[in-house]
Design a protein around this ligand. Structure first.
Ligand code: TRP
Length: 457
């Protein structure tokens, strides 16, 4: 492989190009959990659950997370840790040049997701400011009108998106230990504290029981084929899998690092936060007599109305949107990192420069997403605006397709090598490891292909 190292003569052995690694196991687990826990859990999960019938969706979602989700997460970590490279380099090194395409799909997907993720994350900052000023929770405030007029504005949402992107870029420039790991070690515990405070408040609201029942009691009559597609897309998006983010985070693990246990912790934390978010949103929504099918505006429109009806409304409201911003930041850095790692590893470019450049490009790509809710709302395809299309294309098509390739890659190309990568230092028994590999060979690709194809028809 040394011929591929480039004209500058930097070889993997040169100390100046030694790959940075996570400082501690906890640091890695919190960074990976920080990637997983994001807008997907707190903004998207409650409204998708609300639109798909509550408890029945929850059961299907949990079943997918516990089988496909954890298997593919582990597969990504194995690829990254073995290759010690960004997605493009990793696929090429372990599978040959043809597999580079899979890596490029990852880098492309990263830009696509980051572009609209930043727009929504910008809203969370704006709403933290609006609640803090008391505007959103003032008596009689029309939260729906405030939301609509904000997101359709051509300028303000972009300014907030730019602030959010600047934060993301600043963390990623810091690198693995001093940037991503350090920020995750501080923000993740803070996020849990805020979550717990909000859950306690929500479930003790008068009338909370109805919301709990909606969320936790399954009604299978609401389940359709679309429910399963939605659950699969949500599972991939929420676990940050199918796009090489976990390959990249895995590539900063020492070769001897334990990964099965870490993967289980990440899945556990991600699922816990989604459930806690449900325990905040549904009791709150029902307590003030609103409906759970609010769509993407659910947390922005209904929750401020809920906060307005409680004592210390501005405090709880601001805390909530701050929570969303924090969750989004520890995720967006993991969406930016694969692209940055690609340019640094493969083209030997300077980290700070590449990070800024990627941030600017992703921000520019986000402009049409933001405009699609306002001045460009007339341009639609199949009745969807640009932002909806990006969301649908990435979560429901690109991520499952990426997961499909990753499962085939580890199942067939790495094969027994993948079990070896897992076996020497893991709590996972050999039979479980074999089951995992067979799952990746046959069951995962078949299940994903089936859901993808039936979802498109
Ligand atoms: N998982 C994050 C969330 O739930 C979003 C995210 C971060 C992501 N990195 C990703 C999604 C990589 C897909 C791929 O909000």
């Amino acid at each position: 492989m040394s011929a591929a190292d480039g004209p500058d003569g930097g070889s993997a052995a040169a100390p100046s190009r030694q790959r940075e690694h996570w400082g501690t196991r906890l640091g890695f687990v919190l960074a990976a959990a920080g990637s997983a826990v994001g807008l997907g859990n707190i903004w998207k999960f409650p409204y998708v659950t609300g639109e798909n019938g509550g408890g029945a969706f929850l059961i299907i979602y949990l079943a997918i997370i516990g089988t496909l989700g954890i298997s593919i997460l582990l597969a990504e970590l194995v690829i990254g840790r073995t290759a010690q490279k960004n997605p493009v380099g990793a696929f090429r090194q372990l599978g040959g040049t043809r597999w580079r395409v899979a890596g490029w799909m990852c880098v492309l997907g990263a830009f696509a997701i980051l572009s609209f993720y930043t727009v929504i994350a910008g809203w969370t900052i704006a709403f933290a400011v609006k609640t803090a000023s008391g505007r959103l929770t003032a008596p009689g405030a029309d939260t729906e009108a405030i939301f609509e007029s904000f997101v359709s504005d051509p300028v303000w949402p972009l300014l907030y998106a730019a602030i959010f992107m600047a934060l993301t870029v600043a963390v990623v420039i810091g690198g693995i230990r001093r940037g991503i790991e350090r920020v995750s070690l501080v923000l993740m515990p803070l996020l849990f504290l805020i979550l717990i405070a909000l859950v306690v408040r929500a479930v003790t609201l008068p009338g909370a029981m109805e919301g709990l029942l909606f969320f936790l009691a399954p009604d299978f009559s609401k389940v359709t084929g679309g429910t399963i597609t939605a659950a699969l897309g949500q599972a991939f998006f929420s676990l940050s899998i199918g796009m090489g983010a976990m390959i990249t985070y895995g590539s900063y693990l020492e070769r001897k690092a334990h990964i099965a246990g870490s993967a289980a912790s990440v899945v556990g934390l991600d699922t816990l936060v989604a459930i806690l978010a449900g325990l905040i949103v549904f009791p709150a929504v029902f307590a003030v007599g609103l409906r759970p099918e609010g769509g993407p505006g659910l947390v922005f429109v209904t929750l401020p109305a809920v906060f307005a009806a409680m004592p210390a409304s501005a405090v709880f409201g601001t805390l909530f949107f701050l929570l969303l911003t924090i969750a989004a930041l520890t995720s967006s850095i993991s969406i930016l990192e694969p692209a940055v790692a690609y340019f640094v590893d493969e083209h030997n470019l300077k980290r700070s420069r590449v990070t800024i450049l990627c941030g600017v490009i992703a921000f520019a790509l986000g402009i049409p997403s933001s405009f699609s809710l306002g001045i460009w709302s007339d341009y639609t395809l199949f009745g969807k605006g640009f932002l909806d299309i990006m969301d649908f294309l990435t979560a429901n098509i690109m991520l499952p397709a990426g997961g499909f390739l990753i499962a085939l890659f580890v199942g067939w190309v790495m094969g027994p090598r993948a079990i070896e990568a897992l076996a020497p230092n893991t709590a996972l028994g050999l039979w479980l490891a074999r089951l995992w590999l067979y799952g990746l060979r046959f069951i995962a690709p078949a299940a994903i292909a089936w859901v993808l194809i039936s979802g498109l028809i």
